[in-house]
Design a protein around this ligand. Structure first.
Ligand code: PLP
Length: 337
């Protein structure tokens, strides 16, 4: 069954329900008035529900579905100390009665904050890897778990691979139905893009739905994943994801719009642009963005409006991918905002 015929890839791939779907779509009228640009809608994937939510819950529904089907007893993944993906993986493991081992960059802090605090409350075992913050040691930890007699399931860095990305094919169908009901058509989707899986899935979903809006990925991390530039990674993943879900899968460079001029001083470093974006959205809409991903993505959207690239003729859907637990460890940089 293709996603076009079946009503969603969820029917084809094993899936464990973890979140609350559909997430709401809201219109941000006060923000749009403040910015003086396009109509702005927001997809609230910060409200996916599992242990403070976020975009990774969608990916984890499919990844955990596969883990359970394979009879695994432990989820292993990795990321930065304040990884939202790791926190959502720890929550998914807890919700399914699985163990969880997290391979985190940095050194154990004296007081755990934000996502790390939640990881610990959710019962995850942490392995510290100093400068390696992209799950480089996941295979080593998984091998150690196998030696201990466990059956680990490796959740890739960022939950990103064709299976994780496939969740966003369904997400496009979900939002398409919501927009139809609202009588809206969007010209652009703007989303934070880091390991690239979310954007890749959205691109495949757009193709599966026969839609034509631009999908603008705002790059978050200067360093990228491995040697592969983000745009190439997104395109490769889109092709692989289309193959997995069985829909049209040839994408060209123009399908993956990646903007990397909003990277500021680097991953997780809050600058004036993120501070302004977080403050303006909070003040005008009562909606909280996060300092690492959605704050930067909104700064990108605001930059595009200022540059005249997005105008009153456009309707933009900003995909809120979550991450708000990381506000608290950044209190110092944000409090003066
Ligand atoms: C809050 C938030 N937004 C966006 C992303 C980026 O998603 P992806 O890794 O699929 O590009 C992440 C990834 O960790 C995230 O935590």
């Amino acid at each position: 069954m293709s996603p076009d015929e079946s009503g969603g890839v969820r029917r084809r791939l094993p899936r464990r329900a973890l979140g609350f779907f559909p997430t709401p779509v809201v219109e941000l009228r006060r923000l749009a008035a403040r910015l003086g640009g396009p109509r702005i809608l927001m997809k609230r994937d910060d409200l996916t529900g599992l242990a403070l939510g976020g975009n990774k819950v969608r990916k984890l529904e499919l990844l955990v579905g596969e883990a359970l089907e394979q009879g695994c007893d432990t989820l292993v993944t990795g990321g930065a100390m304040q990884s939202n993906h790791c926190r959502q993986t720890a929550a998914a493991a807890a919700a399914c009665g699985l163990g969880c081992d997290l391979v985190l960059g940095g050194e154990r802090p004296e007081v755990p904050e934000g996502n790390l605090l939640l990881d610990l409350l959710l019962g995850a075992r942490i392995h510290w890897t100093g400068p390696l913050r992209k799950g480089e040691k996941i295979p080593e930890i998984a091998a150690r778990l196998r030696d201990e007699g466990k059956r680990p399931y490796v959740v890739p860095y960022g939950g990103t691979g064709p299976l994780g990305a496939a969740a966003f094919v369904d997400a496009v169908r979900e939002v398409g139905l919501q927009l139809d009901r609202m009588g809206c058509a969007v010209s652009h989707v703007v989303v934070a893009s880091s390991s690239g899986g979310t954007q890749a899935g959205l691109i495949v979903g757009r193709s599966a739905c026969g839609a034509s809006f631009d999908i603008v990925g705002i790059g978050i991390d200067k360093e990228g994943v491995g040697e592969e530039p983000l745009r190439e990674r997104v395109l490769r993943l889109a092709g692989e994801t289309a193959g997995l879900v069985g829909c049209r899968g040839s994408f060209s460079a123009g399908d993956a719009i990646v903007r990397e001029e909003f990277l500021g001083a680097g991953y997780g470093i809050v600058g004036d642009a993120e501070r302004e974006a977080i403050r303006v959205v909070a003040e005008t809409e009562g909606v909280l963005l996060d300092p690492v991903y959605t704050g930067r993505a909104m700064a990108g959207l605001m930059g595009m409006i200022r540059a005249g690239e997005l105008t009153r003729a456009d309707t933009v859907l900003f995909w809120h991918t979550g991450g708000t637990p990381a506000l608290f460890p950044h209190a110092r940089e944000l409090a003066g905002a």
